[in-house]
Ligand binder design. Structure first.
Ligand SMILES: NC(=O)c1ccc[n+]([C@@H]2O[C@H](COP(=O)([O-])OP(=O)(O)OC[C@H]3O[C@@H](n4cnc5c(N)ncnc54)[C@H](OP(=O)(O)O)[C@@H]3O)[C@@H](O)[C@H]2O)c1
Length: 335
């Protein structure tokens, strides 16, 4: 059986990756419908060696669509996801628009594929990129010992803010290297050779990005008592998010036990060797890979039974496009 697949936001950083992943994983696509803003109407993209025309998103474009992968931002998702669902498509949305809607499952297949049993609005939400890689790494440990408290600091790449952000980072680095004054428009300051906290403000002096990690973790693991203490930071990396995670469970967990659990965990590559400079998961080396890489698993020095981990993933793949296609595979391709 094969399916008509729409990609909304097909010209964006995540959308382009979605099209590539549909092709790489041989998803049974009968017809690809690439959609974007009116600015991109008439442009083409290549899918399976053929040029396919990009259309402006419209109600007509969703006729006959089985699955619509959305990555166009929250406002277009709020407007068009219900239109696509009404036309009969299952929507898998990458934006924040539907994540906390109780009628929309928020899913990472390795973590909570069972939530896909009920999709009341015809819309499934993809979690935030930072939450996805954190929970792929922590779920096997949670199953064994039940998470009580997570302290996480993120080191997030420019690509997480879209393809214009990557262009701006590279231009800033070039300007500084050439002795010119760098400019910024996408970022609220200079990211090159620097770090920024560039997300919108949320409650209590946390950013919206930090709150997403709190609420999304609790929704996916079905436990509002889990403590999450997040600090989200943008670093001058093109692609690939890193996270330093400290966690404590309802019973003591050792680094040795965590490594044994992670060695066989779905979607995880464990770097289990002892500490050595430069021998740890890195954004440059995980870019283009599907798995979440976990290394530097250590017993905490101050709190007995707590552990520290270093978790790196390709934010455009597992953090967005791949996770969406994997949800589509659970719902469609494996039927
Ligand atoms: N980048 C990541 O790591 C990541 C991870 C998880 C989730 N996400 C989410 O995925 C979404 C897209 O992110 P991105 O990084 O791919 O952004 P991006 O590179 O800026 O691309 C945005 C895409 O949306 C399209 N678009 C914008 N406004 C539209 C409208 N009104 N109607 C239809 N299409 C419209 C754009 O089309 P034009 O080219 O025609 O303007 C483009 O294809 C965002 O919600 C983001 O939060 C991103």
């Amino acid at each position: 059986m094969s399916f008509t697949v729409a990609v909304v936001g097909a010209t964006g950083a995540v959308g382009r990756e979605m099209v590539r992943i549909l092709e790489q994983r041989n998803f049974p696509v009968k017809r690809l419908v690439p959609l974007a803003s009116p600015r991109s109407a008439g442009k083409t993209l290549t899918f399976r060696g053929e040029e396919v025309a990009i259309q402006a998103v419209s109600a007509e474009a969703f006729q006959g669509v089985d699955v619509a992968l959305f990555s166009a931002g929250a406002s277009p998702s709020k407007e068009w996801a219900p239109v696509a669902a009404k036309a009969g498509a299952i929507v898998i949305d990458n934006s924040s628009a539907w994540r906390m809607d109780p009628d929309c499952p928020l899913v990472v297949p390795e973590v909570n594929a069972h939530h896909l049993k009920s999709i009341p609005k015809g819309i499934v939400a993809n979690p935030n990129c930072s939450t996805i890689q954190m929970l792929v790494a922590l779920k096997p440990l949670h199953d064994a010992a039940t998470l009580e408290h997570i302290v996480v600091s993120t080191y997030q790449a420019a690509s997480g803010k879209g393809h214009e952000a990557v262009t701006e980072l590279v231009a800033q680095a070039k300007a500084i290297a050439e002795g010119r004054t760098p400019e910024h428009e996408v970022f609220p300051g200079i990211l090159a050779f620097n770090t920024l906290c560039d997300w919108k403000a949320g409650a209590d002096d946390y950013s919206e990005e930090e709150w997403k990690m709190v609420y999304e973790t609790r929704k996916m693991l079905g436990d509002d008592s889990i403590g999450v203490s997040p600090t989200a930071v943008r670093v001058p990396v093109v692609n690939g998010h890193s996270e330093a995670i400290w966690c404590r469970f309802k019973r003591p967990m050792s680094a040795k036990e965590a490594k044994e659990l992670l060695a066989n965990a779905p979607g995880v590559v464990l770097h289990g060797e002892a500490y050595a400079p430069g021998k740890h998961p890195q954004p440059l080396t995980v870019t283009g890979q599907d798995a979440v890489h976990v290394g530097r698993v250590r017993d905490d020095l101050a709190v007995p039974g707590a552990i520290n981990l270093w978790v790196v993933g390709d934010n455009l793949r597992k953090g967005a496009a791949l996770n969406a296609v994997q949800i589509a595979e659970v719902l469609f391709a494996k039927k």
